[in-house]
Design a binder for this molecule. Sequence first.
Ligand code: URA
Length: 238
Amino acid sequence: MERLQKIIAQAGIASRRKAEKLILDGKVKVNGNIVKELGTKVKESDQIEVNNELLSKEDKEYYLLNKPRQVITSTSDEKGRKTVVDLIETDKRIYPVGRLDYDTTGALLLTNDGEFANIITHPKNEVEKVYLAKLKGIITGEAINKIKKGIKIDNSIIRPKRVKLKKIDKEKNTCIVEIIIHEGKNHEVKRLFEKVDYEVLKLTRRKIGPFSVKELKSGEYRKLTPKEVQIVYSMNKS
Ligand code: URA
């Protein structure tokens, strides 16, 4: 917990004295509420606005990466394989939020903001992940319904919000299925299909929460905007 005027001064917006004046003048909001009391303590996750502008968290960084195959979702690897952190140019100690398998591609968030990472990964927030899975064989309606009804993985029932057959390739005997899940178990998509006897040949995550990788090529990344970071903070259910 830090004093509000100190945080404002540290963000480089105003001197400590000017920050105090801004507070007394009612120009400062904490989590949407005007705060006029000097010395109010705020925590890392609090959203501070000065003159209706969100204070940027100076040393926090947030990235959306379109993860390529054959990159490990970790900060280091004892086998010397390339990690997702190696793909991003920064001097901050960022880390991936959740994980994608070595051979899975798509939307992955990275940050050095622990609160942000918690909001995305905490089950209570039910952050949706949209996957496209290429399966060996053509999935039956029966198998889709089985998955929709719920499948037990690691002692909890996973009930995807959507399971939809998107494409069939009769010649190659494969199909593409879209699946939307908010749980975050290891290898969960592969395990779900395995339970109904289908092998996942390829897996990509198109979207995590509000963040889609539609506009990013494989291996490309972008920073989140302060507004996008704020959206994630507003997704936190108490
Ligand atoms: N489910 C999987 O099986 N693998 C991933 O990488 C992500 C979700």
